[in-house]
Design a protein around this ligand. Structure first.
Ligand code: ATP
Ligand code: MG
Length: 388
């Protein structure tokens, strides 16, 4: 079977000591899963992962699989050849005569890394010789060592590897190396970005969405399912729990003052998320909150919501401006879906003048007096589950 070779550069993983193997194995599993049903073979070398993929696999699928996998800092299709100068010259000629190397290119340079110090030529001399040969075959090109349009990379290892123009990867650590978290996923801009940021630190996530039908429409639910699907490659799969929330919200409305509604609702979400998290072996909650963005995210409000959780609550966006969050949201492809106009339950039940600086003790008393625990249990029991 013909296979195409990809060279993957690893970042933070290479700095790991004793348990580097664990991180590399997770990365391999994550990429291999995305490449199914095509055959793939993985080999590791210090700082590098080599992937051979069935040549029939569409290039776009392979690129998507690698470029969404945290732990990768860069990657490129590569050629592998015997470790002698004749074979390296031939491979260089093949690679540099391709349109993918030549198109729109006026200047280039060759960069050689000689990991095998026993190789008889020095890096500088290898680059020099290949540069000369490429110039001879392509007299229209020039060498520019400072700002070339294209770089031919040569790595002398167990074999010689050649590649050009590596694409950037997402960095971070492989999903699944940091344990599991429960993401509170709404239809907004923020929580999908929070999911991305925590996945980047290796957290595997399940998601929970609170749905208040018919106050929130079926479209709002479909929107959250779409967001989870977009997040799925970054998260190496995501299980979404859709919790019916209408009865909880109506109960809050009739048992509290209007200005307390939002925070009591956030408290109920946090409680349910905690129970669900523990059921699903998650050790943390993830939200898209950002300090002072809205009334329910002032320091006092966050302190109250936090007190409803006995698991750590990760808020990776806490110090980010909306503009910065939007940049990431566009980059990961959730923005266009997030801005679809279907309202989520928070907007519909929002008071005109929500509490901005709640007193934690007072609000906790209101919460306790509502007698809402049985409704929360019921809501969780009635959840729908989607594997995305
Ligand atoms: P987002 O853009 O993520 O919707 P937001 O700016 O609208 O956030 P809030 O509505 O206050 O802010 O929600 C804060 C966080 O609470 C969200 O980022 C999300 O993690 C969680 N959350 C809010 N509504 C829901 C919901 N219906 N289901 C699940 N989680 C929710
Ligand atoms: Mg929202």
């Amino acid at each position: 079977m013909e296979m195409t070779l990809y060279l993957v550069r690893l970042g933070e993983i290479s700095l790991k000591g004793q348990n580097r193997d664990f991180f590399e194995r997770k990365l391999k599993d994550n990429i291999k899963y995305k490449l199914r049903p095509y055959r793939s073979r993985f080999t590791k070398q210090k700082g590098r992962l080599f992937i051979e993929v069935d040549a029939e696999a569409p290039e776009e699928l392979v690129r998507q699989a690698i470029s969404t996998s945290f732990g990768v800092v860069g990657f490129s299709k590569a050629l592998k050849c015997a470790k002698n100068m004749e074979a390296v010259s031939e491979a260089a000629a093949t690679l540099t005569s391709r349109p993918s190397f030549l198109d729109g290119v006026q200047t280039f340079k060759v960069e050689t890394v000689r990991a095998d110090k026993k190789f008889p030529m020095q890096s500088y001399d290898i680059s020099g010789q290949l540069g000369y040969e490429i110039l001879t075959a392509n007299p229209q090109l020039k060498v520019n060592v400072r700002q070339p349009d294209r770089i031919l990379h040569v790595e002398i290892r167990d074999h010689a590897y050649l590649y050009a123009s590596p694409e950037p990867g997402p960095g971070g650590l492989p999903v699944g190396t940091a344990g599991r978290g429960m993401l509170m996923l709404s239809g907004g801009i923020d929580s999908p970005v929070a999911a991305y940021r925590m996945a980047k630190r290796g957290l595997r996530q399940e998601a929970v969405y609170f749905h208040a039908y018919p106050y929130t429409s079926d479209e709002a639910k479909e929107k959250v399912i779409s967001l989870a699907k977009i997040l799925s490659p970054y998260c190496s799969g995501i299980t979404l729990h859709v919790v019916p929330f209408t009865d909880v919200q109506l109960h809050i409305k009739t048992h509290s003052h209007e200005e307390e509604n939002t925070l009591l609702m956030r408290a109920c979400m946090m409680r349910i998320a905690n129970v669900l998290a523990k059921k699903r072996n998650c050790l943390a909650i993830v939200t898209g909150e950002s300090l002072s963005q809205v009334a329910s995210q002032t320091l006092e409000s966050l302190a109250f919501t936090n007190s409803m959780s006995d698991l750590p609550v990760f808020r990776p966006l806490v110090g980010m401006d909306k503009g910065e969050i939007v940049v990431t949201s566009r980059m990961i492809g959730t923005y266009e879906t997030s801005i679809l106009p279907y309202e989520d339950c928070c907007t519909i039940f929002s008071p005109k003048h929500p509490l901005v600086r709640p007193e934690k003790e007072k609000l906790t008393e209101v919460y306790d007096s509502m007698g809402i625990e049985a409704l929360l249990d019921q809501a969780l029991e009635d959840a729908e589950i989607f594997a995305l």
